[in-house]
Design a binder for this molecule. Structure first.
Ligand code: NAG
Length: 219
Protein backbone atom coordinates (compact mmCIF):
# COMPACT_ATOMS: atom_id res chain seq x y z
CA UNK A 1 0.00 0.00 0.00
CA UNK A 2 1.41 3.39 -1.00
CA UNK A 3 1.71 6.28 1.44
CA UNK A 4 -1.16 8.08 -0.31
CA UNK A 5 -3.61 5.20 0.04
CA UNK A 6 -2.53 4.72 3.65
CA UNK A 7 -3.21 8.39 4.40
CA UNK A 8 -6.55 8.18 2.60
CA UNK A 9 -7.44 5.07 4.60
CA UNK A 10 -6.54 6.69 7.92
CA UNK A 11 -8.41 9.89 7.00
CA UNK A 12 -11.54 7.90 6.07
CA UNK A 13 -11.41 5.98 9.35
CA UNK A 14 -11.04 9.23 11.31
CA UNK A 15 -13.91 10.93 9.44
CA UNK A 16 -16.15 7.87 9.92
CA UNK A 17 -15.21 7.85 13.61
CA UNK A 18 -16.06 11.57 13.86
CA UNK A 19 -19.42 11.21 12.12
CA UNK A 20 -20.58 7.92 13.60
CA UNK A 21 -22.87 8.19 16.62
CA UNK A 22 -24.39 5.00 18.02
CA UNK A 23 -28.19 5.05 17.68
CA UNK A 24 -30.94 2.45 18.10
CA UNK A 25 -31.59 0.44 14.90
CA UNK A 26 -35.24 1.43 14.71
CA UNK A 27 -34.54 5.17 14.34
CA UNK A 28 -35.78 6.60 11.07
CA UNK A 29 -33.10 8.29 8.93
CA UNK A 30 -30.27 7.31 11.30
CA UNK A 31 -27.59 8.52 8.91
CA UNK A 32 -29.26 11.86 8.39
CA UNK A 33 -29.43 12.31 12.15
CA UNK A 34 -25.75 11.35 12.52
CA UNK A 35 -24.75 13.84 9.85
CA UNK A 36 -26.75 16.63 11.49
CA UNK A 37 -25.19 15.73 14.85
CA UNK A 38 -21.72 15.82 13.25
CA UNK A 39 -22.41 19.23 11.69
CA UNK A 40 -23.49 20.61 15.07
CA UNK A 41 -20.44 19.08 16.73
CA UNK A 42 -18.20 20.68 14.11
CA UNK A 43 -19.79 24.09 14.63
CA UNK A 44 -19.29 23.70 18.40
CA UNK A 45 -15.63 22.80 17.87
CA UNK A 46 -15.11 25.77 15.55
CA UNK A 47 -16.88 28.09 18.02
CA UNK A 48 -14.64 26.85 20.85
CA UNK A 49 -11.60 27.33 18.63
CA UNK A 50 -12.67 30.87 17.64
CA UNK A 51 -13.12 31.76 21.29
CA UNK A 52 -9.71 30.40 22.25
CA UNK A 53 -8.16 32.46 19.47
CA UNK A 54 -9.89 35.51 20.94
CA UNK A 55 -11.88 36.10 17.75
CA UNK A 56 -15.36 36.01 19.26
CA UNK A 57 -17.42 34.73 22.15
CA UNK A 58 -18.48 31.06 21.84
CA UNK A 59 -22.15 32.06 21.73
CA UNK A 60 -21.53 34.74 19.08
CA UNK A 61 -20.09 32.03 16.87
CA UNK A 62 -23.13 29.79 17.46
CA UNK A 63 -25.36 32.77 16.69
CA UNK A 64 -23.98 32.68 13.14
CA UNK A 65 -26.12 29.57 12.54
CA UNK A 66 -29.25 31.54 13.46
CA UNK A 67 -28.21 34.29 11.05
CA UNK A 68 -27.35 31.85 8.26
CA UNK A 69 -30.65 30.00 8.69
CA UNK A 70 -32.82 33.15 8.60
CA UNK A 71 -35.70 33.20 6.14
CA UNK A 72 -37.94 36.25 5.61
CA UNK A 73 -41.66 35.98 6.44
CA UNK A 74 -43.23 34.55 3.30
CA UNK A 75 -46.88 33.62 2.90
CA UNK A 76 -47.89 30.56 0.90
CA UNK A 77 -51.17 29.14 -0.37
CA UNK A 78 -52.11 27.86 3.11
CA UNK A 79 -50.68 30.30 5.63
CA UNK A 80 -50.26 34.09 5.83
CA UNK A 81 -46.94 34.88 7.52
CA UNK A 82 -45.98 38.28 8.93
CA UNK A 83 -43.47 39.73 11.37
CA UNK A 84 -45.13 41.97 13.92
CA UNK A 85 -45.05 42.87 17.61
CA UNK A 86 -47.19 41.74 20.51
CA UNK A 87 -46.78 43.92 23.58
CA UNK A 88 -43.55 45.38 22.10
CA UNK A 89 -41.98 41.93 21.64
CA UNK A 90 -41.25 40.87 18.06
CA UNK A 91 -43.22 37.81 16.94
CA UNK A 92 -43.73 35.92 13.70
CA UNK A 93 -47.40 35.35 13.15
CA UNK A 94 -48.92 32.46 11.13
CA UNK A 95 -52.56 32.76 10.12
CA UNK A 96 -54.22 29.81 8.37
CA UNK A 97 -55.93 30.87 5.14
CA UNK A 98 -58.39 27.99 4.99
CA UNK A 99 -61.98 29.12 5.42
CA UNK A 100 -63.30 27.25 8.44
CA UNK A 101 -66.74 27.51 9.94
CA UNK A 102 -65.70 27.44 13.60
CA UNK A 103 -63.01 29.20 15.59
CA UNK A 104 -59.34 28.31 15.11
CA UNK A 105 -56.84 26.84 17.53
CA UNK A 106 -54.05 29.01 18.96
CA UNK A 107 -50.44 28.23 19.80
CA UNK A 108 -47.74 30.43 21.32
CA UNK A 109 -44.36 28.92 20.40
CA UNK A 110 -40.95 29.54 21.98
CA UNK A 111 -37.89 28.47 19.98
CA UNK A 112 -34.90 26.75 21.59
CA UNK A 113 -31.26 27.83 21.71
CA UNK A 114 -30.13 27.92 25.34
CA UNK A 115 -31.69 31.37 25.87
CA UNK A 116 -28.78 32.72 23.77
CA UNK A 117 -29.36 31.80 20.14
CA UNK A 118 -32.14 30.80 17.76
CA UNK A 119 -35.07 32.74 16.33
CA UNK A 120 -38.57 32.38 14.94
CA UNK A 121 -37.13 33.25 11.53
CA UNK A 122 -34.84 30.21 11.35
CA UNK A 123 -35.75 27.96 8.45
CA UNK A 124 -36.53 24.95 10.66
CA UNK A 125 -38.70 26.91 13.13
CA UNK A 126 -40.45 28.72 10.31
CA UNK A 127 -41.30 25.40 8.67
CA UNK A 128 -42.50 23.90 11.97
CA UNK A 129 -44.81 26.85 12.70
CA UNK A 130 -46.08 26.93 9.12
CA UNK A 131 -46.94 23.22 9.17
CA UNK A 132 -48.54 23.46 12.62
CA UNK A 133 -50.65 26.39 11.46
CA UNK A 134 -51.75 24.61 8.30
CA UNK A 135 -52.32 21.11 9.68
CA UNK A 136 -53.99 22.12 12.94
CA UNK A 137 -55.82 25.16 11.55
CA UNK A 138 -54.09 27.17 14.27
CA UNK A 139 -52.95 30.76 14.66
CA UNK A 140 -49.30 30.36 15.63
CA UNK A 141 -47.41 33.11 17.46
CA UNK A 142 -43.69 32.34 17.32
CA UNK A 143 -41.91 34.56 19.82
CA UNK A 144 -38.58 36.35 19.31
CA UNK A 145 -37.80 36.92 22.98
CA UNK A 146 -34.62 38.88 23.74
CA UNK A 147 -31.46 36.78 24.04
CA UNK A 148 -28.47 36.38 26.37
CA UNK A 149 -25.69 37.40 26.82
CA UNK A 150 -27.03 40.90 26.03
CA UNK A 151 -30.21 40.32 28.05
CA UNK A 152 -30.12 38.30 31.23
CA UNK A 153 -32.72 36.31 33.17
CA UNK A 154 -35.60 37.00 33.63
CA UNK A 155 -35.93 39.08 30.42
CA UNK A 156 -36.49 35.98 28.25
CA UNK A 157 -39.27 34.81 30.52
CA UNK A 158 -40.81 38.29 30.77
CA UNK A 159 -40.98 38.59 26.98
CA UNK A 160 -42.48 35.10 26.66
CA UNK A 161 -45.06 35.85 29.33
CA UNK A 162 -46.07 39.28 28.07
CA UNK A 163 -46.68 37.95 24.54
CA UNK A 164 -48.84 35.15 25.96
CA UNK A 165 -50.77 37.54 28.17
CA UNK A 166 -51.32 39.88 25.23
CA UNK A 167 -52.54 37.03 23.01
CA UNK A 168 -54.95 35.75 25.68
CA UNK A 169 -56.92 39.01 25.75
CA UNK A 170 -60.50 38.48 24.60
CA UNK A 171 -60.26 41.28 22.03
CA UNK A 172 -57.08 39.86 20.46
CA UNK A 173 -58.46 36.31 20.32
CA UNK A 174 -61.63 37.46 18.61
CA UNK A 175 -59.62 39.60 16.17
CA UNK A 176 -57.84 36.44 15.00
CA UNK A 177 -60.86 34.15 15.37
CA UNK A 178 -59.22 31.95 18.02
CA UNK A 179 -61.19 29.66 20.34
CA UNK A 180 -60.22 30.63 23.93
CA UNK A 181 -60.63 26.98 24.95
CA UNK A 182 -58.13 25.63 22.44
CA UNK A 183 -54.89 27.51 23.07
CA UNK A 184 -51.54 26.01 24.04
CA UNK A 185 -48.02 27.15 24.74
CA UNK A 186 -45.19 25.06 23.31
CA UNK A 187 -41.47 25.13 22.73
CA UNK A 188 -38.38 23.01 22.31
CA UNK A 189 -35.32 22.94 24.53
CA UNK A 190 -34.95 26.37 26.20
CA UNK A 191 -38.33 27.14 24.64
CA UNK A 192 -39.85 24.15 26.46
CA UNK A 193 -38.51 25.63 29.67
CA UNK A 194 -40.15 28.96 28.84
CA UNK A 195 -43.43 27.27 27.88
CA UNK A 196 -43.56 25.40 31.21
CA UNK A 197 -42.79 28.59 33.16
CA UNK A 198 -45.35 30.62 31.20
CA UNK A 199 -48.05 27.95 31.71
CA UNK A 200 -47.48 28.07 35.47
CA UNK A 201 -47.45 31.85 35.58
CA UNK A 202 -50.64 32.10 33.54
CA UNK A 203 -52.26 29.74 36.00
CA UNK A 204 -51.01 31.56 39.10
CA UNK A 205 -51.49 35.13 37.92
CA UNK A 206 -54.42 34.96 35.58
CA UNK A 207 -56.50 31.86 36.19
CA UNK A 208 -56.51 31.83 39.96
CA UNK A 209 -57.47 35.49 40.10
CA UNK A 210 -59.89 35.34 37.18
CA UNK A 211 -58.68 38.61 35.71
CA UNK A 212 -58.95 39.68 32.08
CA UNK A 213 -59.54 36.12 30.99
CA UNK A 214 -63.19 35.93 30.24
CA UNK A 215 -63.92 32.70 28.40
CA UNK A 216 -60.43 31.23 28.76
CA UNK A 217 -60.74 27.83 30.34
CA UNK A 218 -58.47 27.44 33.37
CA UNK A 219 -58.22 23.84 34.49
C1 NAG B 1 -50.84 23.35 1.53
O1 NAG B 1 -51.61 22.38 2.20
C2 NAG B 1 -51.75 21.15 1.52
C3 NAG B 1 -52.67 20.27 2.33
O2 NAG B 1 -52.27 20.21 3.69
C4 NAG B 1 -50.39 20.54 1.27
O3 NAG B 1 -50.51 19.34 0.54
C5 NAG B 1 -49.51 21.53 0.52
O4 NAG B 1 -48.19 21.00 0.37
C6 NAG B 1 -49.44 22.84 1.28
N1 NAG B 1 -48.66 23.83 0.54
C7 NAG B 1 -47.51 24.34 0.98
C8 NAG B 1 -46.88 25.38 0.11
O5 NAG B 1 -46.99 23.99 2.02
Amino acid sequence: MGTKSLCLFIASVLIAYYIYTPMPENFEDRWKLMLITAVFRTVEHLAGFAERLGLMHYMEALMLITVAEYVPPTSDENVTVTDTEFSNVPVRLYLPRKQSSGLKRGMVYFHGGGWCVGGAGMKSYDLLSRQTSNQLNAVVVSVNYRLAPKYHFPVQFEDAYSVTKFFLQGSVLSQYGVDPNRICVAGDSAGGNLAAAVAQQVYVKLCSKQVHLQNVLCV
